[in-house]
Design a binder for this molecule. Structure first.
Ligand code: NAP
Length: 285
């Protein structure tokens, strides 16, 4: 029976450490790290995410600024606000909550955000830095995945790691981070043949396909570390991509949904904001 890896507990532990680091930063510089979030439109889920980010920020002693713009905001208005935050010295991290209303370009927004403030790690500069092994800001959910694996004490170096899903948001950066940890990485996607066999050979399996309970017990190797990124609502309940009851019989470690990767994502956002503030303070010296 697998050990359940609680992202909630790990996130709380890291946030405790972060709170001390934020206080030390403020003591040294006389200001707190600042995060700005831009939200366009009235998508209820996005409002919940943004509220959670704001609360978490404030709880750690960071400055938080949320700008809610109406759905009919133009591309020019949105980019002008991005420019404003790029220029502000009291804001060190900036994110635009996606998805945007259809008439707005996600790509144009990402091209405009100052990479030094891109705490979501989604700009080409930051994903390129990750792929090239250069310092940058790494996207939050993938960072959370690696921290969860690390918390199990299982070595990543030399292990067969399989990532199911190849999105820019999750799959690709997770694979890059695992490669940086010296795992032997296989990336799978919707065109992959023999998915079951490939997953069943994984010492570390990261599920990020967005298909509820798709990976049943047959996909799991005995003794594997299973990290379930997936979140789908099924009849009002949150489901992961892994069939938990079956997988926990075979895995050595497994993350639950909810309470696994989710709580780590915001924690890594806060960590990225502090990191961005530290780097920007260094640059000003
Ligand atoms: P996405 O952009 O929809 O990407 C899904 C990926 O899975 C694609 O690469 C797709 O392949 C692949 N895929 C889909 N069906 C497959 C199948 N049957 N077999 C193999 N691969 C398949 O999703 P995402 O943004 O990466 O998110 C993935 C999941 O993680 C979602 O459930 C999302 O809600 C969740 N998520 C959770 C958090 C969190 O904080 N907990 C954060 C982000 C995302 P193709 O490329 O070939 O289409």
């Amino acid at each position: 029976m697998a050990v359940i890896v609680s992202g909630k507990a790990l996130a709380e532990q890291i946030r405790g450490q972060l709170k001390e680091k934020v206080a030390a930063f403020e003591g040294e510089h006389g200001y707190a790290p600042g995060l700005a979030v831009i939200l366009v439109g009235d998508d209820p889920a996005s409002h919940v995410y943004v509220n959670n980010k704001e609360k978490a920020c404030v709880a750690l002693g960071m400055k938080s600024e949320v700008r809610c713009l109406p759905r009919e905001t133009t591309q020019e208005e949105l980019l002008a606000l991005v420019d404003e935050y790029n220029a502000r010295e009291d804001i060190h991290g900036l994110l635009v909550q996606f998805p945007l209303p259809e008439h707005l370009s996600q790509k144009a927004v990402l091209e405009r955000i100052d990479p030094r403030k891109d705490v979501d790690g989604l700009t080409v500069a930051n994903s390129g830095a990750l792929a090239s092994g250069l310092p940058g800001l790494v996207s939050c959910t993938p960072r959370g995945v690696i921290e969860l694996i690390r918390s199990t004490g299982v070595q990543m170096a030399g292990k067969n790691a399989v990532v199911v899903g190849r999105s820019n948001l999750v799959g690709k950066p997770v694979a890059m981070l695992l490669l940086n940890e010296n795992a032997t990485v296989t990336m799978c996607h919707s065109k992959t043949q023999n998915l079951k066999e490939i997953c069943a050979g994984a010492d570390i399996l990261v599920a990020a396909l967005g298909r509820p309970e798709f990976l049943t017990g047959e996909y799991i190797k005995e003794g594997a570390v299973v990290i379930d990124v997936g979140t789908s609502r099924v009849e009002g309940k949150l489901k992961g991509d892994v069939k938990f009851d079956e997988a926990e019989q075979k895995a050595a470690f497994i993350t639950p949904v909810p309470g696994g990767v989710g709580p780590m994502t915001i924690t890594m956002l806060l960590d990225n904001t502090l990191l961005a503030a530290q780097r920007q303070a260094e640059e000003r010296k």
